[in-house]
Design a protein around this ligand. Structure first.
Ligand code: UDP
Ligand code: MG
Length: 312
């Protein structure tokens, strides 16, 4: 099968018929063999009934329904598990992404050899309260991940099948799929300028918390990608550093006391600083040990993505 098109959706009943018609038109025109997997993320409108109806008319359209709302990442992850097409394309259900981009994305994966191509909504149709934080978010992600993309969180993306099988999207990590892909060893990550349209039906499913959560997740992902297999190298370093500074200040205070008898220790700010810094240092160290113990118990501790094998 050429294509798997994955569509996570939450309360998008109005858009679905139009979207699936448009997709079907594009893929049949280009003679792709395809499947469309719609993942109903616990909608409480009639989205699932609509999916059932569409799937009845067209056997290439498949559906998965969650019992409750788990979030876009969970929906994408289920879709990734189910996808069998050589090229996997994700798009939003709200018709902000255009199915007309599909053939070109397919070509970039199969002919140009990209592992993954991310859409870039160069001209956005979103309110300014969203576009400005998004710029900041993208700049921060570029800096910390080293991936030169303008628009990390575009819903329209294309992947080689093996890429989606090697990454696990959970929590709200759908904003960082390119980072997860790079981290799984897929370096050829491209970008394509895509048309972005205003939302036609319904409302956005993410509020202002998206920005706070987004930055917290960025901190997590940066930390996990560098240190998840060796947390002590992070905590131990800063722990030792803190402890040493505290220790040196204490040493100075003790020596001062030994040399001049009128030297008082407890009325000095440095005394309290030394105490606090040493305690913080110890805590970091302990956090490092505990993280090492947790890591030791992880079933993933020795799982690697093996690309090729010879004679084993
Ligand atoms: N979505 C989802 N689960 C959620 C929230 C959103 O599956 O909990 C889907 C939503 O239906 C849409 C896509 O994720 O297809 C992008 O959401 P939305 O358009 O609300 O985000 P925005 O375009 O405002 O960033
Ligand atoms: Mg949208």
């Amino acid at each position: 099968m050429n294509l798997s098109i994955i569509i996570p959706l939450y309360n998008e009943e109005e858009s679905l018929p139009e979207l699936s018609d448009w997709i079907t038109e594009v893929v049949t025109q280009h003679q792709f063999t395809y499947e469309v997997i719609m993942i109903d993320d616990g909608s409480n409108d009639n989205s699932w009934q609509v999916i059932e109806q569409i799937a009845n008319e067209n056997p290439n359209i498949k559906g998965i329904k969650f019992q409750r709302n788990y979030g876009k990442s969970a929906a994408l992850n289920e879709g990734f598990k189910a996808a069998v097409g050589d090229v996997v394309i994700t798009m939003d259900a709200d018709m902000q992404d255009s199915p007309d981009e599909i053939p070109e994305l397919y070509k970039m994966i199969t002919v140009d050899g990209y592992d993954m191509v991310s859409g870039w909504k160069q001209k956005r149709h979103d309110p300014i309260t969203k576009t400005i934080p998004t710029k900041l978010f993208n700049a921060a992600t570029r800096k910390s991940s080293g991936i030169k993309l303008h628009d990390f969180n575009c819903g329209l993306k294309a992947y080689k099948n093996k890429v989606v099988k090697s990454i696990e999207v959970y929590g709200e990590m759908h904003r960082y799929i390119p980072v997860l892909a790079k981290w799984a060893g897929f370096r050829k990550i491209g970008e394509k300028v895509v048309v972005h349209r205003a939302r036609k039906y319904g409302v956005t499913k993410f509020g202002w918390e998206r920005f706070i959560n987004g930055f917290l997740d960025l901190a997590t992902i940066t930390f996990v990608s560098k240190f998840s297999k060796r947390p002590m190298h992070f905590f131990g370093l800063y722990g030792t550093f803190c402890f040493l500074i505290g220790f040196l200040i204490s040493l100075y205070l003790v020596l001062g006391k030994l040399v001049y008898t009128e030297f008082t220790i407890t009325n000095r700010p440095s005394f309290y600083m030394a105490l606090t810094i040493m305690v913080i240092g110890m805590q970091l160290f302990l956090a490092g040990f505990i993280a090492e113990l947790v890591g030791r118990n992880s079933p993933e501790r020795n799982s690697y993505l093996i690309e090729k094998k010879l004679g084993v």
